[in-house]
Design a protein around this ligand. Structure first.
Ligand code: APR
Ligand code: ZN
Length: 376
């Protein structure tokens, strides 16, 4: 059935207010306007950042459709769209790439000025929404919204990928995998022989472990409170794993002891807590150490730290979507996956039908899953 130009009625998981479960309801998805693309979602991963909205740590306007780590197929395109066509397999991009703004043009930039991360306004670039439910406007989430059978994104927020790529796996390239892996490869540029520490061994931290291994790091130390994640971290390349709960002294001192007083060359924080961000900084060498913040800290949180920590030469930096320019990198990462340059299977612990979305979030909160993927 050709639905191009029509309003599509479909199922979506809508959040009406914070701290409430998802309700699966029928919504109306308007056709794409000029330079927009309507996508039928095939698979969507559940990410910690979606849960940050539910917990209130990310403030958005409700009602909203969350989800930002997905694969879909283009259903129809608006006027002027040239890069994708109906039938193309695509990954929606939560950081757009307009290719014209300063961060897009800058060789080291990836935070396109059209990103929705600062305001979380939840609207298309023209200030309207393509989603409604019983006449009420429903907002989108960071230019994507993938917990719905159909979504509409701007053409700068979508990348065409290999038609043969398995949706239930490569959806992780839309967020979690690329974030952790790229933090190591692009943001830190870890060299062969380095010693690295990864704080947090969830989907993002484990992807950073994979990045460290790919970069040729000789010591990869996983730091996680619970030991349940240690076997998987070792399978993916961690050479040692430690739990802060096993030591009386602060974990940064433990890491100094483990490295003969040198500290690690690179540390990565993939938890999103200010205390572990500070500990990760203090764990790296006081002169040439580099610490990369990958986790998302609660809105309005602040860190107090001694300037002496940086005065001696340390570098402290952040990394968003692994520093990748989204539209350029995503198709390449999918190709690398297809060429078996890295694996995603160990990150996917659960798959379930879209309707079971609340169960997927319960698994995440209970620490029982790494990634759950919803199948549509
Ligand atoms: N010390 C050590 N480990 C901790 C601590 C702590 N204080 N607190 C939590 N952890 C561990 C948890 O046990 C878990 O294994 O950190 C891990 C975090 O993993 P997930 O919750 O699965 O999160 P993930 O999806 O990997 O995302 C991590 O990156 O993109 C951001 O928003 C995301 O802030 C989040 C972070
Ligand atoms: Zn841009």
């Amino acid at each position: 059935m050709n639905t191009a130009g029509e309003v599509i009625k479909c199922k979506a998981a809508v959040i009406w207010e914070p701290k409430k479960p998802f309700s699966i309801v029928e919504i109306e998805v308007a056709p794409p306007k000029a330079h927009e693309v309507r996508i039928k979602i095939l698979a969507s991963g559940i990410c910690r950042s979606d849960d940050h909205v539910l917990s209130g740590e990310i403030k958005v306007t409700f009602p909203v459709i969350l989800g930002h780590e997905a694969v879909g197929v283009v259903e129809s395109v608006g006027e002027g769209v040239t890069r994708v066509k109906p039938g193309d397999k695509v990954i929606p991009l939560f950081i757009p790439q307009c290719e014209e703004c300063r961060p897009c043009i800058h060789p080291r930039g990836n935070l396109c000025k059209f990103n929705g991360l600062g305001t979380f306004a939840g609207l298309m670039p023209d200030g309207t929404s393509r989603f409604s439910c019983k006449g009420e406007l429903v907002h989108n989430f960071i230019s994507t919204s993938t917990f719905t059978e159909y979504t509409v994104v701007h053409e700068s927020s979508v990348a065409k990928i290999d038609a043969a790529a398995p949706p239930e796996k490569v959806c992780l390239i839309g967020c979690g995998f690329s974030t952790g892996y790229g933090a190591v490869i692009n943001s830190a540029k870890v060299e062969p022989g380095s010693t690295c520490a990864i704080f947090g061994l969830g989907g993002v931290g484990l992807s950073a472990v994979m990045g460290c291994k790919a970069a040729g790091a000789s010591r990869i130390i996983g730091v996680n409170r619970s030991k349940e994640k240690f076997p998987k971290a070792k399978e993916l390349g961690a050479t040692e794993c430690v739990s802060p709960l096993d030591f009386e002294k602060p974990i940064n001192e433990v890491l100094f002891d483990m490295t003969d007083g040198a500290g690690v060359d690179y540390s990565f924080e993939a938890i999103g807590h200010t205390d572990t961000m500070a500990a990760a900084l203090a764990s790296c060498n006081r002169n040439y150490g580099v610490s990369v913040m990958v986790g998302f800290a609660p809105a309005l949180s602040e860190i107090a730290f001694s300037p002496a920590l940086l005065f001696t030469g340390r570098t402290w930096k952040g990394s968003l979507f692994g520093g990748w320019k989204s539209k350029d990198a995503v198709p390449k990462l999918v190709s690398e996956f297809m060429q078996k340059k890295f694996t995603l299977d160990p990150l996917i612990t659960h798959t379930m039908p879209f309707e079971k979305i609340n169960e997927g979030f319960e698994l995440l909160r209970a620490g029982k899953s790494i990634r759950s993927v919803l199948i549509f």
